[in-house]
Design a protein around this ligand. Sequence first.
Ligand code: GLN
Length: 539
Amino acid sequence: MNPNKTKYVFVTGGVTSSLGKGIISASVAKLLQARGFSVTIQKLDPYINIDPGTLNPYEHGECYVTDDGAETDLDLGHYERFLNVPTSKANNVTTGKIYQSVIEKERKGEFLGKTVQVIPHITDEIKNRIKLLGNEGKFDFVITEIGGTVGDIESLPYIEAVRQLKWEMENNCVVIHLTLLPFLKTTGELKTKPTQHSVKMLLESGVQPDILVCRTEYPISKDIRKKLALFCNVAQEAVIEAMDARSIYEVPLLMEKEGLDVVLLKKLHIHEFSDLNLDRWKNFLHHLYHPERSVKIGLIGKYVELKDSYKSISEAFIHAGVANRCKVELEWIHSEFLTEENIQEKLSGLKGILVAPGFGNRGIEGKILAIRYARENKIPFLGICLGMQCAVIEFARNVIGLKDAHSREMNPATSSPVIDLLESQKNIHHMGGTMRLGGYDCELDENSMAFNVYGKKRIRERHRHRYEFNNEYRKVFSEHGMHLSGINPEVDLVEIIEIPSHPFFIGVQFHPEYRSTVENPHPLFIRFVKAAMDHRSGL
Ligand code: GLN
């Protein structure tokens, strides 16, 4: 494909944050994909961190990991789940990354004595990062979501880059502005003023939005559409209503009803496109809204107050639930408050227990208690990353009898470091981007539950951790009935553990949740939900 043909769609946000720019971007992308176009989505984050890898989940929710090992914003997870196409390092850019590369170039003398400035050097770097994906020639559309809200000081260089690109590319560019129409109870009206103001703010930066997507609790009347069109210089058909949806997966269909994709294609002077093919998507949604039964699964973690911290896991349960025609009711359980005294009361009634990934000591003993409960009561268990490491510690303490067993992350002085740092990690002092990150191969023992689940010998899953199962303990674990069923063939590390005498007890060092999509639910989650559905209390 001719790279000049690539079209660029920018999604900006106004009025307030948290309006769901990520979901709108993913929905636009889905509609274009369903019309036969190849699409990718990129997120530009205006913060100064190089990536969200060093951020506490309470700040921005989960850190999503791509196959090529980038630690990225959780919106990339939405992009993959909607499009079923992997993203990469190039799909998430932060202000930190932009400045880092400009400063590196300056140190190399690449600016030939010039004064390095926000305009043009920072904006040029932003533009290059935007065009990078288009230059690959693989995509008909590059959709770029600009993080933050119009008017934020830190978003200014991004908006300026959009202004320049819009001018340079003319017909190849469309700006969608997402805003909120608040409903005033006292007068019973939807108000357009905040939207007018935020469009004015965009105009002050020289950017005229082409399409307005308005979040609203109530339908937008014709009069309101007219008014918005008039005050914001957009066509009336380009005022798109975005009503609150029951599920994020319904948003592409709501946008389709409003004609968002058609308006967008028209703006870009694209007149030839196929009919929408959303059969699989609609089928998924039908089963999501009409489950045949439900099952209660506990998610044990230490960030449960902020559900975005476990976004990919909760979405993977939605996908796997639909695959089983079952609604997974997640019970969010704080590991910090689990004790020997309350464990029975807190976990009774659960048909499955998932212990979540995490870092640091807080809540660790609660996780270990929950695993013991799952193991002894034969409740289906899935441990992810730290959850797998806790299952190893629990087994060492309570089955093998290594009472002091621990991970060196939590107790560097433990006499039984069943989870330990690799030699190669010991001299690393920089925190950012230095974990074992991204996709790695894993070889499964054919005589295992894992092989049965995946149905193949060689799998590839994404990682994000520093610590590992300590190979010195392999023999003693096997002798006591823990099967080390998945091994990294290159570095000989244990990636999967299971207990064959238990109906379903699996721990994985990697993150299967990052690979679950609507059209490709993850087999481990599907089987875990199935095991939970089959679980009978008291067995
Ligand atoms: N804290 C553990 C490690 O670094 C597990 C990380 C995780 O759960 N993602 O190895």
